[in-house]
Design a protein around this ligand. Structure first.
Ligand SMILES: Nc1ncnc2c1ncn2[C@@H]1O[C@H](COP(=O)(O)OP(=O)(O)OP(=O)(O)O)[C@@H](O)[C@H]1O
Length: 261
């Protein structure tokens, strides 16, 4: 099995507080994981270690089999695609970026384009833009797009670099049902490709656990509360304990729907 990500006994301490408390989590190729947890449980801190925004206080992290601390980490960063509302908000403040350029900038993992764009890059971007259903707005400025269009653009941007791992941090937050379902359908479609890109999906909405997601990690107070195959984890019992309230899960069209009892 090809290893994608490995956290072993990871801790993270700040200001005398233990924010992550001995995290063990292993991801292999062929798996797509959702990471769920209450606000402040440590999800962003944990995933922020992959591009080295945060460093573990102790423990071992390997990405694509390379150990953090023993490897030129920019090479790892270049192999990981990100979609987050922070990136979305930042790009929205720039008024000079056109949709097509935002997608192309994914190739360089940069905000803005500072390197030569080849004809091949443009053709590739056009194909991705088409796959994501945003050709009709490709010449528009990113800042003028709706939130749904902006998220689709960011997902397209993440695909431009053909990453080996996608980190999707609440990609559907703020989207209406139609835009959300469109984005999820693109992701579902990608997972059926021969060259599907593995992803980690952070969300507060259990309904967003699409069939392509195979595994779940639940994080609570900086610890792994439960992890494993999604049908073993998304149960009434585990979720009621996790959220400390009575919860019922109904599976419909291979997706879980949450009811508060
Ligand atoms: N560099 C830091 N210094 C101090 N505290 C930090 C630092 N980074 C994270 N924290 C704290 O760690 C805790 C976990 O934050 P984190 O953003 O990882 O949670 P989260 O699960 O992603 O939350 P949310 O669902 O609200 O996005 C929070 O209490 C946060 O304030």
């Amino acid at each position: 099995m090809e290893e994608i990500l490995h956290y072993e006994n990871i801790t993270f301490k700040r200001e005398g507080r233990e924010i992550l408390k001995g995290i063990n989590w292993h991801i292999n190729k062929g798996e797509n994981w959702a990471l769920l947890g209450l606000n402040g449980s440590g999800k962003s801190t944990l995933l922020g270690m992959i591009p080295a925004y945060n460093f573990p206080t102790s423990g071992e992290m390997r990405v694509f089999g390379h150990k953090f601390g023993n490897y030129a980490w920019t090479k790892i960063r270049d192999r990981v695609g990100f979609v987050s509302s922070t990136l979305n908000n930042f790009l929205s403040t720039l008024n000079s970026e056109k949709l097509e350029d935002v997608v192309i900038s994914g190739k360089f993992n940069s905000i803005g384009i500072y390197q030569e764009v080849t004809e091949k890059d443009r053709i590739k971007a056009e194909k991705i833009i088409e796959d994501f259903g945003i050709t009709y707005i490709k010449d528009k400025y990113f800042a003028t797009l709706s939130q749904g269009e902006q998220r689709r653009t960011l997902l397209a941007r993440a695909f431009m670099n053909e990453p080996d791992l996608l980190i999707l941090d609440e990609p559907c937050s703020g989207l209406d049902v139609k835009s959300r379902e469109y984005l999820l359908s693109v992701l579902e479609k990608n997972s059926k490709n021969e060259n599907a890109i593995p992803f980690i999906y952070v969300t507060h909405q259990i309904e967003e656990v699409i069939p392509a997601i195979t595994h779940i990690t639940l994080l609570k107070d900086g610890k792994v509360f439960a992890k494993g195959r999604k049908k073993d984890i998304l149960t009434d019992k585990i979720l009621s304990e996790m959220f400390e309230m009575p919860i019922k899960i109904v599976w419909e069209n291979e997706r879980p729907w949450l009811i508060v009892k």
